[in-house]
Ligand binder design. Structure first.
Ligand code: CA
Ligand code: CA
Ligand code: CA
Ligand code: CA
Ligand code: CA
Ligand code: CA
Length: 353
């Protein structure tokens, strides 16, 4: 099977030089828009469709198996139903019914009590709670830990594992309104979850996608109509922020701006990736410095797998996951999956810069 290669153009002039096997250059989605040099990449697997119909899939997360990376898995939401676990071929390994509506998951490896576990968090939109799970390394299955109540109508969420304090934080945002974020520090208290509200701020309008940079202490938030904001991830960072990119005439995003993910490279380098849902594209920025825009890509059809549209959540790891994903995997929600329910698509990641 020809390997699909993820190629990110560095600009219009450099684009053709960087288009690798398995990728092809496409016309800009909007010719009037500046600096969009886009390439198409190909998926090599997609997950089984989610159980529910309609806009039911949303946010995926990747759990990297510490001893056998080829046995890593995708943990993803089936809104109003539960959480599904898939292997790297897209086969469903587990389905956890979860009362109410889950919308997002994200697992770093964290200190939890005296143990080190991989935490998975999901919002419950019926109860306005956040539920926590852990991954059992031996069985690769999810097990419930507990949940905590929030002060908002919950929507999307992301996790932050502070390198300064080792504390685990959860950022949870509100459905609609002024884009209210609450930041909770979560700790193990016996078998329960102890959550303390440590910060709250308004983004301005609806915001769902977010991702924290554990090493650099940054928090990126997608305000759906407006663009990507960069905040500090520590509770003491307040409401100070800067605009990384916008949906405006000089930006590279088309609303809604949805999922965000961080492709971690060496020594604090890497890339921030955003789902530009309005043109079915993914915009890429440098992780470091002022988050310079480097290019955009879309996911085309290949090998009997359809293309990717209307993406909400995304996830990436740059850890090699065996022969099929030697430089990691990029996972994207597919909002239109032919005649079947929505699903998640797996693209081999390989940065070319
Ligand atoms: Ca959606
Ligand atoms: Ca959204
Ligand atoms: Ca939206
Ligand atoms: Ca599709
Ligand atoms: Ca969503
Ligand atoms: Ca699909």
């Amino acid at each position: 099977m020809a390997a699909a290669i993820l190629a990110i153009a560095l600009g219009a002039a450099a684009a053709s030089a960087l288009v690798a096997r398995g990728s092809r250059e496409i016309a800009p989605a909007d010719p009037g828009r500046v600096h969009i040099a886009a390439v198409t990449v190909e998926p090599i697997a997609e997950t089984k469709p989610v159980p529910r119909s309609g806009d039911a899939a949303d946010d995926p997360a990747i759990w990297v198996h510490p001893d056998d990376p080829a046995r890593s898995k995708i943990i993803a939401t089936n809104k109003d139903g539960g959480i599904a676990v898939y292997d790297l071929h897209g086969r469903q390994l587990q389905y956890l019914a979860h009362a109410g509506s889950t919308t997002s998951t994200f697992p770093p490896s964290s200190h939890w009590g005296r143990r080190r576990v991989t935490l998975v968090a999901a919002s419950n939109r019926t109860r306005d709670t956040v539920a926590l799970f852990r991954v059992d390394q031996r069985t690769r299955r999810l097990a419930a830990i507990g949940s905590f109540k929030t002060g908002i109508n919950v929507y999307g969420l992301c996790m932050y594992h502070s390198s300064a304090t080792r504390d685990v934080h959860i950022f949870i945002n509100s459905d609609g309104g002024r884009g209210t974020f609450e930041q909770y520090r979560v700790r193990a208290r016996g078998n329960r979850v102890a959550a303390r509200l440590v910060r709250s701020f308004d983004v301005g309008s609806e915001a769902e996608g977010c991702v924290a940079d554990d090493a650099l202490g940054d928090l990126y938030i997608a305000e759906e109509d407006r663009g990507i904001w960069k905040y500090g991830a520590e509770p003491s960072a307040g409401a100070a922020r800067s605009l990384v990119d916008s949906t405006g005439a000089d930006g590279h995003l088309r609303p809604d701006v949805e999922g965000l993910a961080l492709a971690e490279g060496r020594d604090g380098t890497g890339h921030l990736i955003a789902s530009s849902q309005g043109d079915d594209m993914f915009a890429v920025y440098r992780r470091e410095g002022d988050n310079e825009y480097v290019g955009s890509f879309r996911i085309g059809a290949a090998g009997g797998i359809d293309d990717v549209e209307q993406t909400d959540g995304i996830a990436i790891t740059t850890t090699g996951l065996g022969d099929r994903f030697p430089h990691g995997v990029f996972v994207a929600h597919d909002g239109r999956n032919g005649r079947e329910h929505q699903n998640y698509m797996l693209v081999p990641w390989r940065p070319l810069w």
